[in-house]
Design a protein around this ligand. Sequence first.
Ligand SMILES: [Zn+2]
Length: 184
Amino acid sequence: MHLLPNHLPVLIYAAIPWLLACCLIACHGPESTPESDPTPNGDQDETSTPSTPATRTDLEWKEILSPLQYEVARGAGTERAFTGIYWDTKTAGTYQCVCCKAPLFRSNSKFDSGCGWPSFFEPLEGSRLVEITDETLGMRRIEVRCKGCDAHLGHVFPDGPEPTGLRYCINSASLSLVEDAPSD
Ligand SMILES: [Zn+2]
């Protein structure tokens, strides 16, 4: 029993490394918790970065476009002939991409092809169109898409009028007409 007081300092020294170790664990514990939970930062990034037409998700397009516009422009669909809003339109103006608003065609290149879809013999200068070979439906056709947002627009055929001999057969659902201001 008389030895106990002499051993106390030894016991205290022996305990110091353990206390230090406990301190280190306690200090580092809380720091690592936020790192291991990235959810709050991930959510912030999504809301603080607005999407552009080029990066917009399928779900976002679905919210912005009408069901027909979505089906045609984002799903490469085709509206029924003689049913679109522009197949017979002769109003002067500029036809834009319905998705990203890029100007695509002028009304003065629109002609009556009789096919039931808006038809143009040439795109606007500095064309914002991309042409892709389309071999679906057992046919070889040239699909026309928007360069800015990859929207499906329609097809181009080599049976148009002069001066180009081309017929850009475009779905009304992929277009948005901005009428010219009336001049007097
Ligand atoms: Zn577009």
